[in-house]
Write a protein of this length. Structure first.
Length: 688
């Protein structure tokens, strides 16, 4: 055995010993394991990937599952009891994870002879001939299947529920119409065989004059659900139909004239009719879930639908701050009224939690509100443990409050409940990526690539390709996907500007900013100030002066403003305004102090610019303290191109000749190479 193998074995054994001591602690995750072993999370990820080809979270989960198998074989307790003993917070999630790993459920352990996961027990010879067997079987099956089946029944079950038409005299009843539509869409999305387009993507086709064939082609779906709703007092007249896109054939249609209190029965009947027509077999468990009546109080449901409609309409990126806050206040009040009418209404608690969370992401003036999100989400799950969106919300809460391991577990369980949910997949990818668990991030990315249904999905996937090619320093491929994004959504792109930064094409960056940002707001002036600072200090000073006037009047209104004070200071230094420059840089340091003292997850870029601020003041030891923190937290791989950026960023000019700075950059290059080796195999077959 080589010395390296011996050291690796000793390292893994030490990890196992630590996990054994903390086996029943569900809160003991990657962060805790890294702290115990004395290295950073990112170093642990890299080391485990190098030795075992596994991520840190995968290593912990598999250790727990192996211990669970040993206990089950010894009949040490029930599966539920053992799930808690090995650190799973949910027996349901334990059962799913166990079956995914071993190929059989905990209850079937006594019938098994081997302890290795099923997926690892195939011999090489068998593995080699399996594809041939499967191919032959597939050909035979297809021939038989196509002889017996109507051609209409063999189409992939991809569905869009288009916005229902409101036929009510009162336009205010639109919330009720949309609520019926959203309820049907959400229930269809729970069925594993179906890929259902998100409501937000479908919303683009409200009042559209496009034919169903065009809509089907643009959304890449084979079936469309259309409907109309008319509410007259306590009566609701609802029409719905299922249409096959390729031949415009109506496969099913129904008209309901019911009391409003019977809405849930109508929605259940629509789902049952569609699944029957598409020959979909539902498990009894899923049938029971789809037939659950969320509330018996019609007024509570009415308030809930209004709250969800307001929440759907609130869009910070499109609305003025006061308008956005006003809509969220209405959503919050509606959900509170729903809870007041029915204190057992799980979805209303979740809706209130999501509304508060939406506000907290942009407006962090009251940190206590985030704890309310946690309490409300827990209440929703206590009332209904099958609410996948509640696990997503609780996961995001954990991430925002610096518990990334818990966040990922919540999202993984949400994905078990709704395996085709694009939003869950995207959020899970984001969490894996932010935690720099590139193995799981890339596996999730591979799933996302297979589920491109809409223009928005394409944009997301193109952006992820751009993101990964930036890590590889492949400018040509990165630009290719930036062009693909621009073709689908023209306009300003901060990632295009980021590429121009790393290629030092300052004029192109300025041209892009000026072309797409006609209004000189805080963000525009901050961008223009930063890029002009590379070659035109006079122009940079003009833009930064305008920017600072806006900040004094409006407060900080964008992420770029929150980290531009020290760059303004740099420009002031160059203009000879030393005292004012120092004041601006100190203001930046105070901003970063406040950010790091918050209970929220800090952006690693803070440490990068924090170091730059200290470097500009000549406080080199403090600057290197921040650079070391950035390095230990693996800030190099938070965003493709960080090594290139560090080499050219003017905020580090005072440090560039220092051997410590050169060692810091070298460490970044080494970290980047590890990530590049993980990424390359997944980019072997990019999408067109």
């Amino acid at each position: 055995m080589t010395q390296k193998h011996s050291m690796d074995d000793a390292f893994i054994q030490k990890l196992n010993d630590i996990l054994e001591l903390n086996l029943s602690n569900e809160n003991f995750g990657v962060s805790e394991l890294a702290n115990e072993i004395g290295i950073s999370r990112s170093q642990l990820h890299r080391k485990l990937n190098s030795i075992l080809g596994k991520s840190s979270s995968q290593f912990i989960r598999e250790y727990r599952l192996q211990k669970a198998l040993e206990m089950l074989k010894l009949n040490s307790g029930t599966a539920s009891e053992i799930s808690y003993q090995v650190g799973f917070s949910s027996p349901t999630y334990f059962n799913t994870s166990f079956k995914n790993f071993y190929g059989y459920s905990p209850g079937e352990v006594k019938f098994q002879n081997d302890t290795a996961p099923v997926k690892k027990t195939f011999s090489k010879k068998l593995a080699a001939i399996i594809p041939i067997i499967l191919l032959v079987a597939l050909v035979v099956f297809n021939e038989a299947f196509n002889k017996e089946k109507d051609p209409d029944s063999i189409v992939d079950k991809t569905i869009v529920v288009l916005p229902f038409i409101n036929l009510s005299d009162n336009e205010e009843n639109m919330y009720f119409c949309n609520g019926i539509m959203a309820g049907i869409r959400d229930n269809l999305a729970k069925i594993p065989e179906y890929a259902v387009v998100s409501r937000r993507s479908a919303e683009h086709y409200r009042n559209s004059t496009s034919t169903l064939k065009i809509i089907g082609s643009e959304l890449d779906v084979n079936y469309v659900v259309e409907g109309q709703v008319q509410r007259i007092g306590d009566r609701a007249i609802i029409s719905a139909e299922l249409i096959q896109v390729n031949n415009n054939k109506v496969l099913w249609s129904e008209r309901y004239d019911k009391d409003v209190s019977e809405i849930f029965a109508v929605q259940a009947n629509v789902i049952e009719s569609i699944t029957n027509k598409l020959e979909t077999t539902l498990s009894s468990k899923l049938q029971d879930e789809l037939n659950v009546i969320p509330t018996q109080d019609q007024l509570a449901y009415d308030h809930y639908l209004k709250g969800e409609e307001y929440r759907f309409k609130a869009d910070y990126s499109l609305q003025e701050a006061e308008e956005w806050l006003s809509i969220l206040r209405k959503a919050k009040l509606s959900h509170e009224l729903a809870i007041e009418k029915d204190s057992t209404f799980a979805q209303a608690y979740l809706g209130l939690a999501q509304t508060i969370f939406d506000k907290q992401i942009w407006d962090r003036s009251d940190e206590k509100e985030m704890e309310r999100v946690f309490a409300l989400t827990n209440k929703a799950l206590q009332l209904n443990p099958k609410l996948s969106k509640a696990y997503v919300t609780r996961g995001l809460y954990y991430f925002e409050t610096k518990s990334p391991d818990k966040a990922i577990r919540e999202l993984e369980y949400a994905l078990e409940l709704e395996p085709n949910n694009q939003n869950v997949l995207n959020t899970l990818w984001m969490l894996y990526d932010r935690e720099q668990d590139f193995t799981n991030a890339l596996e999730t990315f591979d799933k996302l690539k297979k589920r491109i249904e809409t223009k928005q999905d394409s944009l997301r996937v193109y952006e992820k390709y751009r993101y990964y090619y930036a890590f590889l320093d492949d400018y040509e491929s990165e630009q290719l996907y930036l062009d693909k994004k621009a073709a689908l959504r023209p306009g300003f792109s901060n990632t295009q500007v980021w590429l121009y930064t790393r290629t030092q094409e300052w004029e192109k960056a300025l041209e892009h900013i000026n072309k797409h940002w006609k209004v000189k707001n805080q963000q525009t002036n901050a961008w223009l100030g930063a890029y002009n600072a590379h070659f035109n200090n006079k122009a940079a000073l003009e833009h930064y002066n305008n920017w600072y006037k806006q900040v004094e009047k409006e407060g900080v209104t964008c992420w770029l403003s929150s980290r531009s004070f020290h760059r303004y200071g740099y420009v002031l230094f160059n203009d000879g305004q030393i005292e004012k420059g120092r004041l601006m840089i100190q203001k930046q340091i105070d901003e970063f102090d406040q950010s790091l003292n918050s209970n929220r997850t800090a952006d690693l870029w803070v440490y990068f610019d924090y170091a730059g601020a200290y470097a500009l003041l000549g406080e080199h030891d403090k600057a290197f303290e921040m650079l070391d923190t950035f390095d230990k937290l693996n800030g190099w791989t938070m965003w493709g191109g960080m090594v290139e950026c560090a080499k050219i960023d003017y905020q580090f000019d005072n440090l560039r000749e220092d051997p410590r700075f050169q060692e810091w950059v070298k460490s970044g290059e080494e970290q980047l190479k590890v990530v590049q080796d993980q990424i390359r195999p997944h980019l072997a077959n990019p999408i067109p």
